[in-house]
Design a protein around this ligand. Structure first.
Ligand code: G4P
Length: 528
């Protein structure tokens, strides 16, 4: 375990939220604390500007810019933090889900006014599948929002997770006075329009301390004491182990835009969040502290310039040390590859890095050798498991408008779907190709890119499916029989798995009920 010290310094996480809850603002405040940026507004985050939602080229352009901020690394109090950005736009949700496979923990931002929203629910489902440790940050306390106890209830019920407040607000909106930090027993007073440097933290070891009355007034001091009694009864002591297992989520209250409660969130985060974790692979569990390097590709980003078809593959280092120019084993292709220009993301000293350790993310320039889920090792043959594909929500048939370009179309479809933004299914022995995406925008992007990068012209015809389910059966004959009877609804994915496309929930439930020998899965793990 030569690299223990390096690896233990690292924390790799993502901030997730429903759009507009404050993810970008919080990210920026973290970076300011970490010294990675000097002024607010310096980060072109993955946030896709609202006015661009109907203009896919603009969205792609912004996504292109945001490659540099896909991974933001900074040091804070001796801890090396890798913050992985996730696109807020729901049409790129797959990208976000994959990114969650590359982190060791997440911070979930919830808007105190809006509470749990659609994307919050979906993102948390993915976290729960992996038992990812979650810290909740209730944002916008400077606004009148939901009553904290009600909001906590709502989050617990809707997201199916136990919460444990580590700070508690004193009022909200224009009466917001601050938060009491239950973890280090201090009172943080809120002064609107003053930034973090003016933050005032008062140590109050005991809530019966009369200093509290002096600082926040008798009425609010009494309310805080009452609240504290109530939640101490409800939530008990904070259990760090339960947080690390993904069973309990600590909660903080604050206001990102006012930089309030952000520093205490970050301070607690570096104390309690997990170091790079061991990961399951097809043959064994891989310990993050192992000397030998291993890693997997969780995201691929295309170069928007049609003259350069190279892409950036995002590698999460899972064990050991990655070195520039060293040969590594590409397990799927069974060949040795090396990288002369491994790319480092925002806030590292240089663009090209010499080495990276378990927990880090490295950008690898790729000309088509990688697809999502590919594993690199020092020679051993295994794949990291748990890199799933989720069911698309919109399905369209690909119609080739130029039969002279069939080969280019095949290649284009294969390469573009390797990037993971869309899924390719085939039917009738490969004669019919169906693309499934999470958002309509993707079809426009694919059509445009096929034409400009591969000279292939296509049209898409909508299909009446709403969900894809991956099928397995203990008895292969049962699966064969099912696919024979359901030719219109069964397709094959790129990895050769049988997939059922359901027209509606009713059809799906009927098939599930009628076929007890077949298992219907709502996500496919690329490697099991
Ligand atoms: P997102 O990345 O999750 O989509 O959210 P983002 O940080 O962009 O924040 C969404 C909006 O909420 C922004 O306002 C931002 O200024 C505001 N906001 C963030 N934190 C707080 C907070 O603590 N209190 C209040 N009151 N507002 C907050 P916007 O007007 O949509 O954008 P902008 O013009 O300010 O950039």
């Amino acid at each position: 375990m030569k690299f223990d010290n390096e690896i233990r310094k690292r924390r790799t996480f993502a901030i997730i939220s429903h759009p507009d809850a404050g993810k970008t603002t919080l990210t920026e405040k973290f970076l300011l604390f970490g010294g990675a940026i000097q002024t607010a507004g310096a980060v072109k985050s993955n946030k896709i500007k609202k006015h661009a939602t109907s203009d896919f080229m603009e969205i792609e352009r912004q996504r292109g810019i945001s490659v540099a901020t896909s991974v933001m690394s900074f040091e804070y109090n001796g801890v090396l933090i890798n913050l992985l950005d996730t696109p807020g736009h729901k049409d790129f949700a797959e990208d976000t889900y994959r990114t969650l496979t590359a982190v060791d923990s997440v911070v979930l931002v919830v808007d105190v006014v809006k509470g749990v929203e659609e994307q919050t629910r979906k993102l948390m489902e993915v976290c729960r599948m992996r038992d990812t440790p979650v810290i909740v940050f209730i944002n916008k306390m400077d606004r009148d929002g939901k009553y904290p106890f009600d909001l906590m209830d709502e989050i617990e019920k809707e997201l199916n997770i136990h919460l444990h407040p580590l700070s508690w607000p004193i009022n909200m909106g224009k009466d917001f006075k601050g938060v009491y930090n239950l973890y280090n027993k201090s009172l943080l007073l809120f002064h609107p329009n003053q930034k973090a440097t003016d933050e005032e933290s008062v140590k109050i070891d005991n809530l019966s301390d009369l200093a509290l009355d002096r600082l926040v007034g008798d009425k609010d001091a009494a309310q805080l004491r009452e609240d504290a009694e109530l939640f101490e009864g409800v939530y008990g002591d904070f259990n760090n182990e339960a947080y690390l297992k993904g069973e309990t989520a600590p909660v903080f209250f604050g206001s990102a835009i006012n930089n309030f409660g952000v520093k205490e969130l970050l301070d607690t985060f570096i104390k309690i969040s997990p170091v790079p974790q061991s990961r399951e692979a097809t043959t064994r569990s891989v310990d993050a502290m192992e000397d030998k390097f291993s890693g997997f590709i969780f995201k691929i980003h295309a170069n928007l310039d049609p003259k350069h078809r190279d892409r950036i593959a995002f590698l999460r280092v899972c064990s050991g040390k990655f070195e520039r120019n060293k040969y590594y084993h590409h397990v799927r292709l069974d060949k040795d590859v090396r990288f002369s220009n491994p790319y480092s993301f925002l806030a590292r000293d240089k663009d090209v890095i010499e080495e990276a350790y378990s927990g880090d993310v490295v950008g690898l320039f790729d000309t088509g050798n990688f697809k999502i889920g590919d594993t690199l090792t020092e020679g051993e043959n295994f794949y990291f498991t748990g890199v799933p594909s989720f069911s698309p929500e919109i399905f369209k048939e690909v119609v080739n408008k130029d039969p002279m370009k069939t080969k280019q179309l095949e290649k284009g479809l294969n390469q573009l779907t390797d990037e993971g933004v869309a899924q390719l299914f085939t039917q009738h022995n490969g004669n019919r190709k169906i693309i499934g995406c999470v958002g309509d925008l993707q079809f426009e992007v694919i059509q445009y890119r096929l034409l400009h990068e591969y000279s292939a012209s296509v049209q898409f015809n909508s299909l009446p499916f709403y969900k894809a389910c991956w099928l397995t059966a203990a008895n292969p004959a049962k699966l064969d029989e099912f696919t024979r009877f359901k030719t219109a609804n069964t397709v094959i994915d790129k990895d050769g798995h049988v997939v059922y496309l359901a027209q509606s929930e009713w059809f799906l439930n009927t098939e599930i009920a009628n076929n007890p020998d077949i298992e219907f899965h709502f996500s496919s793990e690329i490697h099991k």
